[in-house]
Design a protein around this ligand. Structure first.
Ligand code: M6R
Length: 608
């Protein structure tokens, strides 16, 4: 999704902004650009394509500007070409803007401005904002920005400069993240802290409706009435290494291999061994509401939705409390049965997913308690919800989510354990689960140690056109997640199904060309799953079994077997998903796909 970086200080702003844009590449984009002010003149360089091209363009410039704003654009309104790339200059060339989000009423605004003689040069919604700013400017940029935004409906994070006030960047947010960074005699604005972490760890997050002003003397935050407000400076707790590849070929591979540590980090200090329970400080005050709620919803998108499905199954099975999973994008529009006796969990890695944010707003407007299960600290969902739990997976840069999934499931398991113990699960059973959860990091490690075997299987099937993923119980959402990973990064069509459902339709697809990933641990449905494998083999399907260590029977009928350690159903998804992530990764590499930035995808989807 789009990215914003701005700088004002004493150094040459261009390399700093370009480096920041590179750090945001993982979010997905199709064009990029930068505007700078030098000797009182605004200049813009932009292009379709990647930041490395922009870098070459800028290398020819002799300017040494100390103020600049840059952007990576993920096209919404207008094709991804140079004209529609940001920054956009106003018609007079006096103002430059970069914008993330969507202006919903831009057609009406554009018509009004055109009727008054304004000439637009792009097809973007963004250009109306800079047109309004030019029209309303009376010598003070923050006033012009504030007044322009009064006309706008939709979502925005913007940064604006003008040649009339060459030592100022004004930024504003509504519905799209923006953070200001405070360095030594230099200041930054960005849509994601990854863009500025190498320069400063002191940041101020803007909230919806606020304006930020960056000058060479410091930063200031204004409320929508332009009253100055005092905001806390937050200290970022991760280092620049966390957003670097650290010797791995891809971020995705690094993140897959980080999972023993990240799974541990999600559980750190939260398991109570003696009592066989869990401690989740962030939602402690809301446990009563969760237990006594009339409805418990879990809402999310994509991979986070798969974690939600696992959460639902566990909460119902172990805590004996009903829960319902909703696609966040559907929740708002189906008049959900939500009131002040409802609790809504929202799961999100980025904390910025527009559909999930809307579902939260819908729930809040109906009086529900909203709880976030989020990775990115200080993100919009973390702040929009009443309370929540951070999953502590650290920055996830690969567009395909991996470590966030295992950490989300870890937190859903902790939540289940906490509720289950309060609902009557015995201490003995609780302790057994705690011990099983403690074993998860080493169990993930043992699957990672088989990466060579999985890479070999990937080579065998890299030319397949379809994959079928099958699993039962908590392994059904794991199958869905495996299929999603395969689709996202290798562009191979893949479907996930409950294993037994296969015979109700998908079995028609089975022939010698169809690889089927069968998640078949030794659990209570093992015998039935073995029967399913026989059915597949009878139709010449190629079965890749994910089986429990020591299971020799399955190896006799499956074409390939990847062994995973024996787990409780409670911890199975965190371990069983690892071979599926690796398989998708190695197949994508084999096919030469762009693993970290798959086509058409964005890391956080900030449009509905
Ligand atoms: O940041 P979120 O967890 O809210 O994102 C939700 C989905 O957009 C995300 O999981 C998406 O499906 C990923 N590309 C999955 O790999």
């Amino acid at each position: 999704m789009c990215g914003i970086v701005g700088y004002i200080g004493k150094r040459n702003a261009l390399p700093i902004v370009v480096e920041g844009l590179k750090r945001l590449e993982y979010r997905g984009y199709d064009s990029c650009g930068v505007a700078s002010l030098f000797h009182g003149e605004l200049s813009v360089e932009k292009m379709a394509g990647k930041v490395v091209g922009l870098q070459s363009l800028l290398a020819k410039k002799r300017d040494n500007p100390i103020i600049a704003i840059g952007h990576t654009r993920w096209a919404t309104h207008g094709i991804p070409d140079k004209t529609n790339a940001h920054p956009h200059l106003s018609q007079s060339g006096e103002f430059a803007i970069v914008h993330n989000g969507i202006i919903e009423n831009y057609r009406v605004l554009k018509k009004g401005l055109e009727d008054n003689g304004y000439v637009f040069s792009s097809q973007t919604d963004t250009e109306v904002i800079v047109a309004l700013i030019q029209t309303l400017y009376k010598g003070n940029l923050e006033d012009a920005v504030g007044n322009a935004l009064k006309h706008v409906t939709g979502a925005y994070g913007i940064a604006v400069m003008t040649k009339h006030e060459p030592h100022k960047i004004v930024c504003a947010r509504r519905g799209a993240p923006l953070v200001m960074g405070i360095g030594t005699d230099e200041y930054f604005v960005a849509s994601d802290v990854a863009a500025i972490i190498q320069h400063t760890k002191q940041v101020i997050y803007l909230d919806d409706g606020e304006l930020g002003i960056l000058t060479s003397d410091g930063v200031e935050t204004l409320a929508c009435d332009r009253e100055s407000i005092s905001k806390d400076i937050q200290h970022l707790t991760f280092d620049v290494e966390a957003i670097e590849k650290s010797g791995y070929e891809h971020f995705m591979l690094k993140e897959i291999f980080q999972q023993p540590q990240t799974a541990f980090d999600s559980m750190r200090g939260r398991l109570n061994v003696k009592d066989g329970s869990a401690h989740l400080g962030g939602i402690n005050d809301h446990i009563g509401s969760i237990l006594h709620a009339d409805q418990r919803y879990i809402t999310a998108c994509g991979t986070s939705w798969h974690s939600a499905l696992i959460g639902e199954m566990m909460i119902e099975q172990f805590a004996r409390l009903p829960a319902e999973v909703e696609y966040a994008s559907e929740f708002r529009y189906r008049e959900p049965l939500v009131d002040n006796r409802s609790v809504i969990f929202a799961i999100s890695q980025s904390g910025e997913t527009a559909d999930t944010l809307s579902a939260i707003e819908e729930g809040k407007s109906r009086g529900a308690t909203t709880l976030g299960i989020v990775n990115v600290v200080g993100s919009s969902i973390a702040r929009a919800t009443d309370a929540g739990v951070y999953i502590h997976a650290g920055p996830e840069i690969g567009v395909a989510s991996t470590k966030a999934f295992t950490s989300q499931v870890a937190v859903m398991s902790l939540l289940t354990l906490k509720l289950a113990r309060l609902m009557g699960m015995s201490k003995k059973d609780g302790i057994e689960i705690v011990e099983a959860m403690q074993r998860v990091p080493e169990q993930i490690e043992s699957v990672l140690n088989q990466s060579d075997v999985i890479a070999e299987i990937a080579r065998t099937y890299s030319k397949a056109s379809n994959f079928l993923y099958l699993g039962r119980g908590v392994n059904f959402p794991v199958a869905l997640e495996g299929a999603l990973k395969m689709k996202e990064i290798s562009y191979i069509h893949a479907e996930g199904y409950p294993a037994a459902e296969m015979k109700h339709g998908p079995i028609a697809l089975i022939d010698e060309k169809m690889p089927i990933i069968m998640i078949a641990p030794k659990d209570k449905t093992y015998a039935k799953v073995m029967g399913n494998i026989e059915e597949l083999k009878a139709r010449k399907g190629r079965v890749i079994a994910i089986a429990t260590e020591g299971d020799k029977e399955i190896a006799k009928i499956a074409d390939h077997t990847i062994y995973v350690p024996a787990t409780l159903a409670f911890t199975a998804p965190m371990v069983n998903v690892i071979p599926l992530q690796l398989l998708a990764y190695y197949i994508a590499v084999e096919k030469g796909c762009n693993v970290d930035q798959p086509r058409n995808l964005a890391k956080s989807v900030t449009v509905e």
